[in-house]
Write a protein of this length. Structure first.
Length: 613
């Protein structure tokens, strides 16, 4: 953010960003209307707008529309949509609105969501002079594309790709980046290198109407709690924007390399799909009633399992998959970009794909078990699908008590992790329940016995009577926030003294200024400094399950107060300053918000009667 913009928005934090998208691509927009991040032609592509990761005042990699003499502005979403409106004002009282959206419309058979971004400028007051700057980069910031000026277009070519900007703004002013009087609406359409059949303004008007109707129709079908409705709807839309329409995969976040804390090398690429997240993502989608999104995600996960089949050895999942499953994701750094606020490295790909993480099979079994029970689905799963999922059970059974990198993807020596073992148990238990539901009695007995045997071993070997708690790994006395999920997955009742002891010790060891760390000890990069937001949601859920509802609601409200000005969350939070860190917006954080809100809210009947206020 350049100094003049920074002065116009005092107190703004770096992740005061809005996200727009359509489940093909997404873009991040700052408070001054600058688009500083957009991967092309889909969520995991080359960031043609990459200024977000190129220092504090980058000279390129963005699109903006600034008034001469910027004095301030406001930003909001159109109600229940992913359409973002930014109003900017100059020192002379001139004011205009920027409308950003990615077109999305429903057609017979499937939605239409092209790789396209539309920006609309509308004058509101005075006579604002506006400078429109379009400065994409290719190849992760390393290449300045060639620019070709047409009658109403700017084409950018290079590295085997092309980007076309079509506009009804004065193209000469745009090309030379000189101010022009905004006395009528102006449209900028960024998309493939194809000629548009109509005038940009006409296209934008139609697409805006269709996109707004599509989002309103989708939001209207959500099941939401009585309390915190706006927060849940915004989180649901954000989670939807992390889904890739074509395959159903859900990225952890649409960004890479926003550091987890100031000046740390914990900069990871999150534009991939983690099977581990499946269980809780599907649970959130199920609660929301977004069955189409849930079905596509389950279909994606089922494809992943089919690709992993290996006969008698079962199906061993990779920890991370590309949006089109089984693509290669080797991790490397991109030196042309200076990093978020100058904090590198900027990473592409994710080395976690090569790790051993034994919890994934259990998480996927938890997620896919819903397709056997949910009668809303067009075709509930049957025995054929069960036989496929058994491949995951065979693998989970074999590796449950073997060392791995764990949920937090430690890059040091593997350990036998409590959470991984419990998730393997959860998978075996779900297989037993599914087999019972399908009338496969022998299979049900086989998997239930296996689950019971594993549970006995976990209870005996992983619980520490001297601490009255489960600990992070076999033989360790360290605490880990993932242990809060033992009650959530059904491994142990929330009122069991062993879980209550674990809950208390986690609060004592991991709480920092009202928010929860993931773990307490140092990892490969030192001791963690920031709170992992979804862990604080887990803590609120565990408190509520243990009957400490007042504390749980206080915790939940505290997390809500740390959302940015548009209601969005990243992965991490500095508990002292309240600044958001980590990739943004983070799907798992918003999954946590949705699940916690539904657990903690008063019922609709209670709310309508004014009870429990």
């Amino acid at each position: 953010m350049n100094p003049s913009v920074r002065a116009a928005f005092p107190g703004a934090q770096p992740l005061d960003l809005g996200v727009v998208g359509n489940c093909t691509l997404s873009a991040l927009v700052d408070r001054a209307g600058r688009i500083g991040w957009m991967c092309w032609p889909r969520i995991d592509g080359d960031p043609v707008f990459c200024a977000l990761l190129d220092g504090e005042d980058p000279a390129h990699g963005f699109l903006d529309a600034l008034p001469v003499g910027l004095s301030g502005g406001t930003q909001r979403y159109r109600r229940n949509t992913a359409i973002l409106e930014t109003e900017l004002e100059d020192r002379e009282g001139g004011r205009f609105r920027i409308i950003d959206f990615a077109p999305r419309a429903r057609r017979p058979g499937s939605p239409i969501c092209p790789p396209m971004l539309v920006r609309r400028l509308e004058p509101l007051a005075g006579q604002p002079l506006v400078t429109l700057r379009v400065r994409p980069r290719f190849d992760w910031g390393a290449e300045e594309p060639e620019r070709h000026l047409g009658g109403n277009t700017l084409r950018f070519t290079g590295s085997g790709q092309a980007l076309r900007v079509t506009t009804d703004a004065p193209v000469g002013h745009v090309a030379q980046e000189t101010p022009f009087l905004l006395d009528r609406p102006v449209t900028i359409i960024i998309g493939s290198d194809e000629t548009l059949a109509e005038a940009p303004g006409l296209i934008a008007d139609r697409l805006l109407h269709e996109t707004e109707e599509d989002w309103l129709d989708w939001s209207r079908g959500l099941n939401i709690p009585f309390e915190w409705q706006d927060a849940v709807i915004r989180s649901a839309i954000t989670l939807k924007l992390c889904a890739f329409e074509e395959t159903g995969g859900v990225v952890a976040a649409p960004t890479t390399s926003i550091p987890e804390a100031p000046n740390t090398e914990r900069t990871w690429d999150y534009r991939f799909c983690w099977p581990r997240d499946a269980a809780f993502t599907v649970a959130a989608m199920n609660i929301l009633g977004t069955t189409h999104t849930m079905e596509r995600f389950i279909r994606y996960i089922t494809t992943v399992v089919r690709l992993a089949e290996d006969g008698e050895a079962g199906a061993e999942l990779k920890p991370v998959y590309t949006l089109v499953p089984n693509g290669s994701i080797p991790e490397h750094s991109e030196p042309a970009l200076a990093g978020f606020l100058g904090m590198g490295p900027v990473r592409v790909g994710n080395g976690a794909a090569d790790q051993v993480q034994n919890d994934s099979s259990g998480a996927v079994l938890m997620a896919t078990s819903r397709m056997f029970f949910d009668r809303r689905l067009r075709q509930p799963a049957g025995e054929a699908e069960f036989r496929l999922m058994e491949q995951l059970g065979i693998h989970a059974e074999r590796v449950a008590l073997e060392p791995d990198a764990g949920i937090w993807e430690f890059r040091g020596p593997p350990r036998v992790r409590t959470f991984s073992a419990v998730m393997c148990w959860a998978g075996l238990q779900r297989l037993g329940a599914v087999a019972q539901h399908l009338g496969l009695e022998a299979d049900s007995r086989r998997w239930c016995v296996s689950a019971a045997r594993l549970r006995d071993q976990i209870m005996t070997r992983f619980f520490r009577p001297d601490l009255n708690a489960f600990t992070e790994s076999l033989g360790s006395d360290a605490m880990d926030a993932s242990l809060l999920l033992l009650q959530a997955v059904g491994f142990i009742p929330a009122d069991d003294a062993r879980f209550l002891g674990t809950l208390d010790l986690i609060g004592k060891r991991l709480m920092r200024d009202g928010f929860l760390l993931r773990y307490e000890g140092p990892d490969d990069f030192g001791r963690p400094e920031t709170a992992f937001l979804v862990c604080s949601f887990w803590y609120a859920d565990a408190l509520a399950a243990a009957g400490r509802v007042r504390e749980a609601r206080e915790m939940f409200e505290r997390i809500l107060s740390r959302r940015n000005h548009l209601g969005l969350l990243s992965e991490d939070l500095d508990p002292r300053s309240g600044q958001l860190w980590g990739n943004f917006p983070q799907a798992y954080s918003h999954v946590g918000l949705i699940l916690s809100a539904n657990r903690l809210s008063r019922s609709w009947d209670q709310g309508m009667r004014g009870e429990g206020e």
